[in-house]
Design a protein around this ligand. Structure first.
Ligand code: SF4
Length: 442
């Protein structure tokens, strides 16, 4: 790679996993582009290769191992190409180095700086950086890394370490920079954003951070994820209700609707407490949408315990449910429990939740037919513009105009479980406060 001219340098990135990985991947890609690299889809053409990995489920880890194995021949043919592996797959770098000697560098999750430094060190020094490219309409900004909970099924905390919050000023500075380059919506990210600031001097919390980010001019929308039911506070809920730019949407994983299972998961709350939290959120934030995560087939989950989850989902009626069948991850506490729900039974429970939720999401979305929703347009897909409502619903519409990065008022004509579509009635390129009033937010 040494001596390659900027403009002829190429990079390849393969990334799976959570939004934190997406955010890290986007940062790494941007840094490479500023160094003059352009992206290629074929790893055989790349001078720099990055795999950003996930091991949250066995299937993800299998995909990482498969992809890594396929790059062995690429490296054999191009020994000067630089191959780095980052993310939750990387726990014991020395052991991985022995298993994959053709990998040049293993980096812990989110160590984008380490990656960029290593690339820079291999390039000719002293070159000026290219100006940063325009920002996407909606960007992710990490605010806290790691997690101090001990959920027994979770491998992420074992790989990402203890909680580390970024200072408020650093986050605000990054958001200002994105907005200067054209971003209009920011999603504040963390394994547990409700724990934000506990490790910082003065202990600012997520409500303080939302307030500070809210002050960034020309930023229209603020989101945050993921929350933890044991750490969500009234202060945070009130900040969502009070601050017009903060969208009415919570990602609040419940995982199970049965107290005994929640206890075995060491989630730190009961069903009653979760239910009360949902009540407070719905009372304080009118029109709020709620998304949740559920695991079915956790060790020892009886039919009755599963039905408790099922009935709770029927009762709460989330807008979105992400459901997964339990798979044991080596090194976690739950992996020592007998994985005693048979695979076909896990699959049946998964399908039951999916079918239930498809119906509920459809019913909730159908209530929007005939109404006007405000959509921040993020791009085009198959000839249609698409974007999201404040409540995080995906909306499509057709228009010959250029709607990129604008707020469109869309009259909803059709609703499905996963998206809405309609006709644009009006739009604006600035001053969302006015449109927030129009649509009755806050
Ligand atoms: S809250 Fe639980 S599931 Fe989420 S990252 Fe922390 S330990 Fe894992």
């Amino acid at each position: 790679m040494n001596g390659t001219n900027p403009g002829t340098r190429r990079y390849y990135i393969w990334s799976i996993g959570c939004q934190m990985n997406d955010a890290d991947t986007a940062r790494a890609a941007e840094a490479l582009e500023r160094m003059g690299f352009s992206r290629v889809a074929d790893p055989r053409q790349a001078d720099v290769l990055l795999l950003n990995t996930c091991v949250v489920r066995q299937s993800a880890e299998d995909r990482v191992r498969g992809h890594l194995a396929s790059l062995k021949s690429v490296k054999r043919r191009r020994p000067d190409a630089f191959l780095a592996v980052m993310g939750c797959f990387v726990h014991d770098a020395a052991q991985l180095q022995r298993a994959y000697p053709y990998v040049d560098l293993f980096l812990r999750p989110s160590d984008v700086e380490g990656f960029v430094e290593a690339v820079r060190a291999r390039m000719d020094s002293g070159e000026a950086l290219l100006p940063p490219p325009p920002a996407p309409v909606s960007v992710y900004v990490p605010i806290i890394y790691g997690c101090d909970h001990f959920c027994t099924y979770c491998i992420v905390r074992l790989r990402r370490g203890r909680e580390r919050s970024r200072p408020v000023e650093e986050i605000v500075g990054e958001v200002e920079d994105w907005v200067r380059r054209g971003a209009r919506e920011v999603t504040l990210l963390g394994q547990n954003v409700d724990a934000y600031g506990r490790d910082l001097p003065g202990r600012p919390d997520l409500a303080d951070l939302l307030e500070a980010v809210h002050g960034v001019e020309n930023l229209w929308r603020i989101r945050f994820l993921t929350s933890h039911p044991a750490d969500m506070t009234d202060r945070i809920i009130e900040a969502v209700a009070r601050l017009p730019k903060v969208c009415e949407h919570f990602e609040l994983p419940i995982q199970s609707g049965d107290d005994a299972v929640l206890k075995r998961m060491v989630r730190g709350y009961t069903v009653a407490r979760y239910r009360d939290l949902v009540r407070r959120i719905r009372e304080t934030v009118p029109g709020v949408s709620l998304a949740t995560d559920v695991i079915v087939g956790f060790p020892g989950e009886t039919e009755q315990q599963f039905l408790n989850t099922y009935r709770l989902l029927e009762e709460i009626r989330f807008d979105v449910v992400h459901v997964a069948a339990y798979s044991p991850r080596p090194g976690t506490a739950a992996a020592r429990l007998p994985d005693d729900v048979p695979p076909e039974e896990k699959h049946r429970r998964l399908r039951m939740v999916e079918e239930l939720q498809e119906r509920i999401s459809w019913e909730i979305n159908a209530q929007l037919v005939g109404k006007v929703v405000e959509v921040l347009v993020e791009g085009r897909r198959q000839g249609r513009w698409f974007g999201r409502t404040r409540t995080n619903k995906l909306v499509f519409f057709q228009s010959p105009e250029n709607w990129m990065g604008r707020l469109a008022q869309v009259h909803v004509a059709h609703a499905g479980p996963w998206s809405l579509s309609g006709e644009v009635t009006d739009g604006l390129t600035a001053d969302p406060a006015e449109s927030a009033e129009k649509t009755g937010h806050h």
